[in-house]
Design a protein around this ligand. Sequence first.
Ligand code: HPA
Length: 278
Amino acid sequence: MRDPEKLWADLQEAAHYIQTKIPEKPEVGLILGSALGPLAEQIPHPVRLAYQDVPHMLVSTAPGHAGEFVFGRLADKPVVVMSGRFHYYEGYDFEDLAQPVRLLKLLGVKTLILTNAAGCVRTDWQANDIMLISDHIKLMGASPLRGANLPQLGVRFPDSSTIYTPQLRTLALETAAELGQSETTHEGVYFFMPGPQYETPAEIRAIQLLGGDAVGMSTVTEAITAAQCGLPVLGLSLLTNMAAGLSSTALSEEEVTLSGQASGARMAALLQAILAKL
Ligand code: HPA
């Protein structure tokens, strides 16, 4: 079992290291999925810190994930963008995946925005639509909060009834309407699957029955950790493809990447407009 005192000391060392390198405290943390990486390019005069230079930080291995913190301003808000996230399928334990969000909390972040690429499970929605995450289902594997509890960061048994902050969802829906994106923006439930293989058609039918609207391999560990340490969360999924069995084509990383590139700009515009209102 991990030693809580060492976990806490390591987190503090990482946060102190970062604090000596950045010009101002970030207010909003963004963890960007494969589709949204380019948003970090829109930060003028960014300060970049490679994960590998931060003491005790996990190292990112997923394709399309740069593996760096980018500090600066987006829509004039002080932000930290994690360009490159950590996934269970890379080989981390669920317990490891609490670390990045805890670090953002120690850096002073007040709101967390999580984005991802996901498969569309709803047959009345379309690939390239955006889903605001209203809730999630994670039936598989351990919690990121398993093991040593850090009482400095939260309680042992956190409430999970509003992990995705209702006020932020309302704000995001209003903003999508202002941008003329209402028809392609939905609210729904993100169903976590561990990957890295995409789901089988039978698994997607099961997810439909269980109440999932989108399916993906990330985000939930970060959202659970944020809820424990009292960070409001906004989650956005770019539905890069119809889930397995719902379209005639096989799923591929290329389809996910291409669709992400095609619609990423729309989601980036939505995010910028939301940030301006925070
Ligand atoms: N399933 C799981 N994860 C995904 C998908 C999918 O269909 N598309 C993008 N990420």
